[in-house]
Design a binder for this molecule. Structure first.
Ligand code: ZN
Length: 277
């Protein structure tokens, strides 16, 4: 049994064959967390988690949806996203037992140059707005006692500072982790912090040293599907079934059997998301 800690089965990319794929996952004993990136698709994730016992939901506002206007091509992910996004609406969903995490949320300043055509927002305002929505979700996780799923592009140290300033005591998952060795060591200092690796670890060996120093009981695996298809799969669209390739690469790096990696990452996911099996 595999556990995909991060996928977006609610996205438009799965509109045609969502049910078929989800049933295929069940047949393979795979469980997955369907992760929201805005209020609207968090509700969709929650609905899927109610329909299927092997799916769970995370609810959150992605940093790129936190700015008050559309930045990326929303329609490819979710039609009819309303701006500005409401943290209160998110808070209304949080007590649902099928909702196992808050996120994805965090900081991503990589798109700043792309927004100059869309808005006259300045760089400091762009950063402030992301920080504000991130803080609100940290507080929501704290109050609801549910773990955080963090989307961070490069700015790991800044995120650690914000979490510390908020006196964050619950657990957090550094999703799609691509940090440096220094970032890894800083995150490892807090035993409540976990790492999740995606299909990008199959592209090259850049993260091998990072994976080697992280104890296996702090590692989860994910697809981030429909994105980040692992090698050697040729389909452009990724699906949670491909989480197998992420596990294989970790097994290779850590010189363990695939079964061991499968078993431990499954147990880690259940522990992290407080799922009873
Ligand atoms: Zn994601």
């Amino acid at each position: 049994m595999f556990f995909d800690s991060h996928c977006h089965l609610q996205f438009e990319a799965f509109e045609q064959d969502r049910d078929i794929i989800i049933k295929e996952l069940a047949k393979n004993g795979l469980q997955a967390v369907v992760v929201g990136s805005c209020v609207e698709n968090s509700v969709q994730a929650q609905n899927l988690a109610h329909l299927y016992p092997h799916l769970w939901a995370a609810i959150g506002i992605h940093p790129l949806h936190s700015l008050g206007f559309s930045l990326i091509q929303d329609a490819l992910e979710t039609k009819n996203i309303n701006y500005p996004q409401s943290i209160n609406k998110l808070a209304e969903l949080v007590d649902d037992p099928r909702v196992v995490a808050i996120g994805e949320c965090g900081l991503d300043f990589s798109y700043f140059t792309a927004i100059s055509d869309l808005s006259d927002i300045g760089q400091s305002q762009f950063i402030q707005q992301q920080k504000l929505i991130f803080q609100q979700q940290i507080r929501l996780a704290q109050i609801s006692n549910k773990p955080l799923i963090l989307h961070l592009r490069d700015v790991y140290q800044l995120a650690l500072e914000i979490l510390q300033k908020e006196d964050y005591k619950t657990t957090a998952l550094f999703h799609f982790f691509k940090g440096s060795l220094a970032d890894t060591l800083a995150i490892l200092k807090n035993p409540n912090y976990f790492f999740s690796f995606s299909g990008v670890i199959t592209y090259n060996n850049k993260l091998n040293e990072v994976i080697k120093i992280i104890p296996l009981d702090r590692i989860l695996i994910e697809t981030d599907s429909p994105y980040a298809t692992p090698k050697p799969v040729v389909d452009k669209r990724n699906t949670p079934l491909n989480v197998f390739y992420v596990a294989s690469k970790i097994a290779e790096i850590k010189q363990l059997s695939l079964e061991e990696v499968q078993k431990i990452t499954f147990e880690n996911s259940c522990r992290f998301f407080k799922i009873k099996t």
